[in-house]
Design a protein around this ligand. Structure first.
Ligand SMILES: Cc1cc2nc3c(=O)[nH]c(=O)nc-3n(C[C@H](O)[C@H](O)[C@H](O)COP(=O)(O)OP(=O)(O)OC[C@H]3O[C@@H](n4cnc5c(N)ncnc54)[C@H](O)[C@@H]3O)c2cc1C
Length: 220
């Protein structure tokens, strides 16, 4: 969609076309049938997403974040078939290595946490780790852990796939449009102002990544 076709209104305006914005647009359009307009000042995936290595690890210290990452992996398992756009997703598992006794204690604690979160994680001897990755020098390895459901993907491709999925469910995505401010009435945003015009809206989701603070401080 070109900036000249900027809609005058949308139920939800999503700001930012990185992986978070495209995923938000996809889920709002698919699961909530929302009328979504995503605004990206440059090109989709042009922010931090373009620089990411694409490692997808699920275990965090927070149960909620781990649950969210488990949802991501389930989504990546089927996204390519759903949209027809390759994501580069490979569920090849992830190794965590301990090269000293303290790190080994930490990894064993992580295994207990993983179990309580329902995430598969196996503790390995150095020999078992080497069997999984024969090129590794295990001379200083105390122990390791393998998380078989972790993997890697292409961040830009996943984002484009999510963008296509969002469009398939009716979302509109616009590149080359920068948000410059907001119109606020009674403490609520009623319109997003851009360098291409005004968009009346009911809700705004700020997915501008490292620019989110800047966007939040825009006049309004
Ligand atoms: C070197 C590196 C390696 C990384 N490796 C990994 C990894 O292996 N695994 C992992 O999970 N994470 C990794 N990350 C982190 C990951 O890249 C980020 O967490 C993720 O990309 C953030 O996505 P985002 O959508 O929030 O932000 P972004 O991708 O930055 O998207 C924000 C978008 O908002 C747009 N925007 C900003 N202001 C405006 C405005 N006023 N109007 C309209 N649009 C606006 C920007 O142009 C941008 O496209 C890595 C990061 C880096 C830098």
């Amino acid at each position: 969609m070109t900036p000249s076709a900027l809609p005058a209104a949308a139920e939800v305006v999503v700001i930012g076309g990185g992986i978070v914005g495209c995923s938000t647009a996809y889920h709002l359009a698919r699961d909530h049938k929302a009328d979504v307009l995503l605004i990206e000042k440059g090109r989709l995936t042009g922010g931090s997403t373009w620089h990411a290595a694409g490692l997808v690890g699920q275990l965090r210290t927070s149960a909620s974040i781990t649950r969210l990452l488990k949802h991501s992996v389930e989504l990546y398992d089927r996204l390519e078939a759903e949209t027809g756009l390759a994501t580069g997703w490979k569920r090849n598992g992830g190794l965590r290595l301990a090269c000293n006794a303290d790190r080994w204690i930490e990894i064993r604690r992580q295994a207990t946490t993983a179990k309580s979160f329902g995430l598969e994680m196996h503790l390995l001897s150095p020999g078992e780790a080497k069997a999984l990755w024969p090129l590794m020098d295990t001379s200083d390895l105390v122990g390791a852990a393998f998380l078989p459901t972790d993997g890697q993907a292409s961040p830009s491709d996943i984002t484009q796939s999510l963008a296509k999925g969002a469009r398939m469910h009716g979302a509109r995505l616009m590149e080359g449009v920068a948000v410059t401010g907001f119109e606020i009435e009674n403490g609520r945003v009623v319109a997003v102002l851009t360098d291409h015009g005004r968009i009346a809206c009911e809700k705004v989701v700020n997915c501008a990544g490292m620019w989110a603070g800047e966007v939040g401080r825009l006049p309004g």
